[in-house]
Design a binder for this molecule. Structure first.
Ligand code: ADP
Ligand code: MG
Length: 258
């Protein structure tokens, strides 16, 4: 059984003029335990909307999600989803595009990372050792717990955001363009870190990106989204070697080999 099974998720937004715009149209996808899967597509294809529906930041119009064996109706408000499903959902954590968006400017990095376990009912006194371990796992000095996010470089801050996401030992990481706000050299380091963390912890990852070169280095399988629909899916090497859809062809042709 797959770790995550997304079935027929649809989501429309009302545009300014009042007309409905379909951001997701019958999207189905799956992720196996420990698997790193790419979700690619051009800007506006619905990638972030998909991630937001999964973690409950958005309510879909239709669709079901089965995660860790628990099925949930994602077309009802997150607060009205079954308790069992919401508990299972704690096993998926998100890393956002902008590193600082995971941290409040008034909070020290240690406190911000601790938020990643506070909701799980870990007692205050037990949090800091786990936070320091998480910082170490992402390659940051433990002393960074006492710094503010704005004192860190972009790459360091994204590492801290990853620490916040993994401190509660999730089984699935949703990484929404986690490197697109970073310099190219730093991008590669963050991608390597994600790969290492997934391997060490048997953690799965849905890696969302418009950058197929990064996806090629990280993901075994890939889904291509275009205008809210999955237009292609398969092993990354196949999609690279012979893209079938126009959307995949365009993405592949934009990869610059260096
Ligand atoms: P991607 O992450 O692939 O760039 P998004 O999922 O962010 O795409 O957005 C898909 C489409 O849905 C875009 O056209 C975007 O403008 C629209 N959209 C996303 N969120 C909202 C919202 N809250 N209200 C209205 N339109 C939205
Ligand atoms: Mg996006």
């Amino acid at each position: 059984m797959a770790l995550l099974e997304v079935c027929n998720v649809g989501k429309s937004f009302r545009k300014r003029g009042g007309e409905l715009f379909r951001a997701l149209d019958g999207v189905s996808l799956s992720v196996e335990v420990g698997e790193i899967v790419g979700l690619v597509g051009s800007s506006g294809s619905g990638k972030s909307t998909m991630a937001n529906v999964l973690v409950g930041l958005e309510t879909a119009d239709a669709g079901t999600v089965r995660f860790q064996g628990v099925e949930g109706d994602v077309s009802v408000k997150p607060s009205r989803r079954s308790r069992e499903f919401r508990e299972a959902q704690l096993g998926m954590q998100m890393v956002f595009q902008h590193p600082t968006s995971s941290f409040s400017p008034r909070m020290k990095v240690g406190e911000g990372v601790a938020e990643g376990i506070a909701y799980r009912g870990v007692a205050r006194a037990e949090r800091m050792p786990l936070v320091l371990d998480a910082l170490e796992s992402v390659g940051l000095p433990r002393a960074y717990a006492g710094k503010y996010a704005w004192e860190l470089s972009g790459g360091e801050c994204q590492r801290a955001a990853i620490a916040r996401a993994i401190v509660g030992n999730p089984v699935l990481l949703l990484a929404d363009e986690p490197t697109s706000a970073l310099d190219v050299t730093i991008q590669a380091q963050i991608v390597r870190l994600l790969a290492e963390l997934c391997a060490e912890r048997s953690m799965a990852c849905l890696f969302i990106s418009h950058d197929l070169a990064l996806v090629r280095s990280l993901c075994t399988r890939v889904y291509v989204l275009d205008s809210g629909r999955v237009v292609e899916e398969g092993p990354t090497t196949h999609v690279f070697a012979s893209p079938q859809s126009d959307a995949a062809k365009l993405l592949v042709s934009s990869v610059i080999d260096i």
